[in-house]
Design a protein around this ligand. Structure first.
Ligand SMILES: [Zn+2]
Length: 153
């Protein structure tokens, strides 16, 4: 890493995520997560230490609004391998809170987005950087695969 410490510490690290309770988009600074961000609409807590659900409605906004790497799990409720992989994504979201966003998209409920990205098999995980796809993995992936997609620490 060539960036200086003062730069990384002072810089805001904004993301725009939808409140899981009311759906309202909220701009959250990942540098200030310790303050316990709350939804400005309903006042309930915004938790980023677990995969966050996205839909056709807020997918683009969330990807474009993220200043950190994003990993999206394209899954479906009936998909056994997706369930096998879910704990690994939970763990990644928890361990890398504030460094990246882990999102999950239900390919049945949000078929338009799944189709736009040419999802043929699930689970598929796609990594995004600066709003653009930077890598993808089809099938169950372990932590090493996920870390490789988003980049290490
Ligand atoms: Zn809310």
């Amino acid at each position: 890493m060539s960036e200086t410490k003062s730069e990384t510490e002072a810089a805001a690290r904004p993301v725009v995520v939808s409140c899981v309770f009311c759906g309202k988009p909220n701009r959250v600074d990942l540098v200030r997560l310790s303050a316990g961000p709350k939804c400005r609409e309903c006042g309930r807590p915004i938790r980023l230490d677990r995969p966050l659900k996205v839909t056709d409605t807020d997918f683009d906004r969330t990807i474009q609004g993220a200043s950190v790497p994003v990993l999206v799990d394209f899954y479906a409720d009936w998909c056994g391998p997706c369930r096998i992989m879910a704990p690994t994504l939970d763990e990644l979201a928890q361990h890398r809170t504030g460094e990246l966003l882990v999102l999950k998209l239900d390919t049945d409920a949000s078929a338009a987005t799944a189709s736009r990205f040419g999802i043929r098999g699930i689970p598929t995980v796609i990594a995004f950087r600066n709003g653009k796809e930077s890598g993808r993995h089809v099938g169950v992936g372990d932590m090493k695969v996920l870390e490789g997609l988003v980049g290490g620490r």
